[in-house]
Write a protein that binds this ligand. Structure first.
Ligand SMILES: Cc1cc2nc3c(=O)[nH]c(=O)nc-3n(C[C@H](O)[C@H](O)[C@H](O)COP(=O)(O)OP(=O)(O)OC[C@H]3O[C@@H](n4cnc5c(N)ncnc54)[C@H](O)[C@@H]3O)c2cc1C
Length: 463
């Protein structure tokens, strides 16, 4: 009998695991079970902003699953796992056996239980259904009043999408500043100035106390600074937590997330976890971490898939990184961005909305914060190069002092210290990646990368 893999989930961790298993095995059985259609949550803001239709958030259709020879069970929930008996029970009362199992169940919003949080038009923005509900809630309003509660990474991504719509926006953040888990207070001041200059009303350092129904379906939000806000739609973005309950019930070791080793295997042999739900190896850290971001989900899914297919692949660890556009202002932070023991090189220019902080441990960059205009190409390329320094942990020697003297000439140090070569030789699975082979609407393959380039990259068709 051929090997049976079961994958729970339909996000990037799950689909990347399917694709990777198929790179190594053609004859095994793969069943993907997900209670939602396979899609990318990070594409939801583009649907919300009106830039793409709903269908373009999808990351796999019947053709895709047929091509990969994967059996999709969409709209089905896994209710339980029998870890020793190697089977999963489904919401319809049936069960399926496996040889290897992947938990790629993602995370879910923690919400904000309080009076009025169950009113219509008060919601999170995490799923396809949430996005549909938010669009319906503002339907018919020429300029809907929307309040975002929680100005973290996901909240600000949603804010950006709503800003593109031209909605009337208010932000409530209980911390003293926006993006408290990715920017320091100085960097956040640039964001505050930027958003308020663009008409967004900002209430930081205050908590939402209650929500009450107001006229015409509107809601009144009472804040503990004595102010109140009226909104047609309230988006609660107060954080997410990993969906670990299935693992807990099955006796699989968990902490904040499901604990995995370098192969993405859990405490139970043959059972793997990947993506937002997994707490795994992390770069620059000794403890395992949950990094609930898309790049980590992709890496995890690929490493788990390779090992489920019998390879012996070890993951170096995910890098903490957050990169986002807040209404035209790019914000990024990497690694140990708030390490007070590090040697910090800070540069800023209020008039140009530029803030940068490079954090050094000896002659290696171990953390960074960037704020700068989206149309500043130098800023965008520098962000990528600094990420490269951190990922490769290159000891730059005397180039450290060069960067202190010439903070905007990152490229010279990047090339001189051979970071591009190190990056190009680094592959997740020890071989070049292949194209994922799914593009919305199945456009013809126009891949034209040169052979020399293709050795290292060979991944992407131009769209
Ligand atoms: C609005 C928004 C914007 C974002 N933007 C970014 C961004 O710009 N950059 C970035 O890095 N990250 C972003 N993220 C985060 C990113 O989308 C997640 O890190 C990523 O989706 C995690 O992938 P995953 O495969 O682990 O889980 P998910 O994508 O959450 O997929 C898990 C799936 O499993 C399903 N599932 C759970 N339990 C069961 C069960 N028992 N049975 C069946 N199915 C189950 C879930 O319903 C879900 O469909 C964003 C997230 C949101 C919501």
């Amino acid at each position: 009998m051929s090997k049976r893999h079961i994958i729970i989930g339909g996000g990037p961790a799950a689909t990347n695991a399917c694709e990777t298993i198929r790179q190594f095995e053609s004859d095994s059985e793969i069943t993907l079970i997900c209670n939602e259609p396979a899609h990318s949550r990070m594409a939801l803001p583009y649907w919300l902003s009106g830039q793409i239709p709903r269908e373009q958030t999808h990351t796999g259709d019947d053709d895709y699953f047929n091509r990969l020879n994967v059996k999709p069970m969409i709209g089905v929930t896994v209710a339980g796992i029998d870890a020793s008996g190697k089977s999963v029970s489904l919401s319809d009362g049936t069960s399926l056996s496996f040889d290897t199992l992947l938990l790629a169940t993602g995370s879910a919003p923690i919400g904000l239980p309080m009076p009025g949080s169950d009113l219509p038009g008060v919601q999170t923005l995490w799923t396809l259904a949430d996005t549909e509900k938010a669009l319906a809630a503002v339907d018919g309003h020429a300029k809907p009043r929307v309040t975002l509660v929680g100005a973290g990474f996901i909240g600000c991504i949603v804010l950006n999408a709503m800003f593109k719509r031209g909605w009337d926006l208010t932000v409530v953040e209980r911390d003293q500043h926006m993006l408290p888990r990715m920017l320091n207070a100085d960097a956040a001041q640039y964001v505050h100035r930027w958003v308020t200059d663009r008409g967004i009303k900002l209430h930081c350092g205050t908590r939402l106390q209650e929500i009450t129904a107001a006229d015409d379906g509107a809601k009144t939000l009472k804040l503990d600074n004595g102010k109140s806000v009226t909104a047609d739609l309230v988006i609660i973005a107060t954080g997410v937590g990993p969906n670990i309950q299935l693992a807990v019930d099955a006796g699989i070791e968990t902490d904040n997330g499901i604990l995995v080793d370098k192969t993405m295997q859990t405490s139970v042999p043959g059972i793997y976890a990947a993506g937002d739900v997994a707490q795994g190896p992390a770069m620059l850290e000794t403890e395992r971490q949950v990094h609930a971001i898309q790049p980590t989900a992709v890496d995890h899914g690929r490493v788990a898939g390779a090992n489920m297919a019998g390879q012996s692949t070890q993951y170096n660890g995910s890098l903490l990184m957050n990169v986002l556009d807040v209404c035209g202002l790019q914000c990024a932070s990497f690694g140990k961005w708030e390490d007070s023991a590090a040697d910090a090189m800070t540069m800023s220019n209020e008039n140009s909305s530029i803030y940068r902080n490079l954090l050094w441990t000896d002659d290696k960059i171990t953390g960074a914060i960037f704020v700068g205009r989206a149309n500043d190409l130098g800023m965008l390329t520098d962000v990528g190069m600094v990420k490269g320094f951190i990922q490769t942990q290159t000891a730059v020697g005397s180039w450290k002092e060069y960067l202190r003297e010439n903070p905007f000439d990152v490229r010279r140090a990047f090339i001189a210290t051979k970071v591009p070569e190190t990056l190009a030789k680094t592959t997740l699975l020890g071989r070049p990646a292949v194209s994922r082979g799914f593009h919305f609407g199945n456009p013809p393959n126009k891949h034209t990368a040169s052979s020399s380039h293709g050795v290292y990259v060979n991944t992407k068709e131009p769209t």
